[in-house]
Design a binder for this molecule. Structure first.
Ligand SMILES: [Zn+2]
Length: 343
């Protein structure tokens, strides 16, 4: 990226109300069959338009074609039975009814590659594409086959690598893996979580990112955050291993969070997507608030490695609010660009 402080979002953006019920996770589609296929493409185009209009530098599909950042990917794999459901605790935080792994998992066909080709045709801006990370995938399933989280994560890493290679060939510039589970299962992150992630990016020539956050702005997550005390030091656990990993970019939740900014020193040398937009509130940040978070991050991240972003996906927010936040992100980054160039 030649632009200083290139802006991007962590991933999802709200869907239009004609496509899915707004402000809801796992929101059911309102269209069906051919109409749904066409509607998803239209929503993807609109989402791109919103990002471009706000001046976002690294654009995405806004995750318009998926119902959920993990489930939709898994739905495309064989070996998982979506009829056979079990209740598990997601990231040790809330209960959800999830599908069951009943046999060997495999990717029979590409999942998002067509969507990526479509987005590539629409814009010359750099594209970032989000995929779920292996550890977060296994946490959203009941495993009745491998009976080992590590083994299943390794299988998913191989599958993700197949998808990532085809996304790269379709013209994606940055492939991002969402690993909120890295903020919860510290021993596993260090034992095999980062290794599985590196397996997922094996052989890629495009840039790679890992997004680690404290979750969407839903009640289960905001309640959990209240229990974390005055300093959130979770990142401290995974950072040393990530610093020496092959991952290029680390995407983090920073704005309005209680993460001590000096933890970023532990990943010095990596590019950092600094979350400067809070996704757990409908209050739209002022450009100066965004700039203030970026300024704090600049103490620990070199300017040419700082990528202003959102804390997490914005799918549960009203579209008007999400668009306002995109504008604030751009304007906040511009304030800092001017400061850095001394104008
Ligand atoms: Zn997130």
């Amino acid at each position: 990226m030649k632009t200083l402080l290139p802006t991007s979002t962590a991933g999802s953006l709200p869907k239009p109300s004609w496509l899915a019920e707004p402000e809801k996770l796992w929101s059911p589609w309102k269209l069906h069959n051919e109409e749904l296929i066409e509607g998803k493409k239209d929503a993807l185009s609109l989402s791109l338009y919103d990002q471009l209009r706000a001046g976002i530098d690294i654009v995405s599909d806004g995750e318009q074609t998926r119902q959920h950042f993990v489930t939709t990917f898994i739905e495309h794999l064989s070996g998982v039975d979506f009829e056979k459901r079990e209740t598990v605790r997601i990231r040790n935080r809330y209960e959800a009814s999830v599908p069951t792994v009943v046999g060997e998992v495999a990717r029979q066909q590409p999942v998002f590659v067509e969507d990526a080709r479509f987005l590539r045709q629409l814009t010359k801006q750099p594209i970032k594409w989000a995929l779920p990370g292996p550890m977060t995938m296994i946490d959203t399933l009941y495993d009745a086959h491998y009976k080992s989280r590590e083994k299943l994560a390794w299988e998913f890493a191989k599958i993700l690598n197949q998808e990532a290679k085809e996304l790269e060939a379709a013209g994606v510039d940055i492939i991002q893996f969402d690993e909120p589970a890295f903020n919860v299962f510290f021993d596993e992150v260090n034992d095999w979580g980062v290794a599985a992630l590196e397996r997922a990016i094996e052989g890629l020539k495009c840039e790679t990112a890992v997004h680690i956050c404290y979750g969407y702005g839903i009640k289960a997550n905001t309640d959990w955050k209240k229990t974390l005390g005055s300093e959130w030091r979770q990142y401290e656990e995974a950072f040393p291993k990530l610093q020496t990993s092959n991952i290029d970019i680390i995407s983090l939740e920073c704005h309005n969070s209680r993460v001590p900014m000096d933890l970023l020193e532990l990943i010095r040398g990596k590019k950092v997507m600094v979350g400067a937009i809070d996704v757990a509130t409908s209050a739209i940040e002022t450009p100066e608030e965004v700039a203030s978070t970026l300024r704090k991050a600049l103490q620990f991240v070199d300017a040419d490695k700082l990528y202003p972003s959102t804390n997490c996906g914005m799918t549960p927010l009203p579209r008007r609010v999400a668009n306002g936040k995109l504008n604030a992100l751009s304007a906040g980054a511009e304030i800092i660009r001017r400061e850095l160039s001394g104008k």
